[in-house]
Write a protein that binds this ligand. Structure first.
Ligand code: SAH
Length: 408
């Protein structure tokens, strides 16, 4: 064992930090910014595993290096080899937590996030489970280069319940790394016919998920708990679900006893999937209208009469510079919805922009309420569910913010 540790110590190229730049790593933050780097030894290639050393020559972390402002994403603070058993260990840890929380088992939910990047100590890696299929999405070059090892480890950890592993990294891995990433199956079980999509169960409700054509990995698992809250309050309400994607909130609204639901999205594919998902759960007679339209305009011209409204737009701010414009966008949307919702209406409003803080979002919604001139009370403050955990040393991992408002 002593020998192995010794080899592991010398196996990887070294990156040295400038003086006094180890502070955040000592606090277990998993990123090293390029400005903190002094020089490298051993010529680490983009995506390779490298060791990070302090200016004084002490080992501090081991991780994937990449060209860009985040120069190293930390995999471990120990000198351990990053090999298939290591990946198995990390994935087994992620799975054990999901099982302990009641995922990966109960029959009424068979889709969940198994790996949530930094929240599972695997920066740059997302793995979502849709029944028998796992979808891997790499957000860093290092994870992309390791995808075959990750796939092997995943198979070992999940075992017989897994039938296929789909890699969907072509749009998330850095384009300028020149990887020419193409989406496709990394593995499938012998004789398993690839349908390209499947039906999953979430809280007892059915959803068609198309991981090949759909957005993100196919389904927005992060809204699971918030959708359940819509079900709780939907009884007797006329619901408007904007930015509906494949109709998650719409299905829950009907399940909770909504009298009518209108679903709006700009993507025709998403709208078709919404229709399918309504039919899958409630047959063809549900009082549902699906509308392919720009939801911002739809809300601007919104008819009064809805007594539950859901606003779940895509990330308006993809980086810090875009935050002021994003806040303007949230303000327009929310002020209009608050103004038009029926008295006693319940508004679910979200922001999934990581760059927008909880405080900024709340202040923006507060301003919107003031512009609308209605009495508004906050019923719930929402975030992402437990299978999207936040590493406490990496607060940036908390991205989903939501408010449930009661509008008099
Ligand atoms: N609420 C959904 C997830 C929403 S994701 C769920 O629970 O599954 C954001 C959605 O907004 C995507 O489906 C995207 O197609 C849609 N979208 C983006 N811009 C839009 C616009 N201007 N008008 C309407 N829909 C838009």
């Amino acid at each position: 064992m002593a020998d192995k540790t010794l080899t592991a110590q010398h196996e990887y190229p070294r990156i040295y930090l400038k003086r006094n730049k180890e502070e955040s790593l000592l606090r277990r933050h998993p990123w090293v910014f390029s400005g903190a780097l002094s020089h490298a030894e051993g010529d680490p290639e983009e995506g390779a595993v490298a060791d990070v050393y302090t200016a004084a020559g002490e080992f501090i972390a081991r991780g994937h290096c990449q060209v860009g402002s985040i120069a190293v994403r930390v995999l471990t603070f120990r000198q351990e080899a990053i090999d298939v058993p290591w990946w198995e260990g990390r994935l087994a840890g992620a799975l054990a937590m999901r099982r302990a929380l009641g995922f990966a088992g109960p029959a009424d939910t068979d889709c969940y996030r198994l790996v949530h990047g930094e929240g599972d100590f695997l920066p740059g890696l997302i793995i979502d489970i849709y029944g028998e299929v796992a979808v891997i999405q790499c957000h860093s070059v290092g994870m992309y280069l390791a995808r075959e090892e990750i796939c092997a480890a995943l198979r070992a950890v999940i075992g017989g319940g897994l039938k296929a592993v789909y890699d969907k990294s072509s749009r998330t891995v850095a384009y300028n790394a020149g990887l020419d990433a193409v989406d496709g199956y990394l593995w499938k079980a012998d004789g398993y016919a690839l349908p390209g999509e499947g039906t999953v169960t979430e809280n007892g409700l059915k959803f068609a998920v198309n991981w090949e054509r759909g957005q993100k990995t196919g389904f927005f698992l992060d809204q699971r708990d918030n959708r359940a809250l819509v079900r709780r309050y939907a009884r007797g309400r006329r619901v408007l679900n904007t930015f509906c994607y494949t109709g998650g909130f719409s299905v829950y609204a009907f399940a909770g006893g909504a009298t009518a639901v209108d679903s709006v999205d700009s993507s025709e594919h998403a709208i078709r999937m919404t229709d399918r998902n309504i039919e899958l759960n409630f047959g063809s007679g549900a009082p549902h209208r699906s509308i392919t339209a720009d939801a911002t305009r739809f809300v601007r011209d919104m008819e009064p009469g809805y007594d539950m409204v859901i606003l779940d737009p895509p990330a308006f701010a993809k980086h810090l510079k875009a935050v002021p414009n994003a806040l303007q966008g949230y303000k327009r949307l929310n002020s209009r919805a608050i103004a038009a919702i029926a008295p006693g209406g319940i508004l679910f409003t979200f922001s999934c922009s990581q760059a927008v803080t909880v405080e900024q979002f709340r202040t923006t919604v507060f301003t919107s309420a003031a512009i609308a001139g209605r009495n508004v009370r906050i019923l719930h403050q929402l975030t992402q569910p437990a299978d999207h955990p936040v590493n406490i040393y990496h607060p940036e991992g908390e991205y989903l913010k939501g408010l449930v408002l009661y509008v008099e």
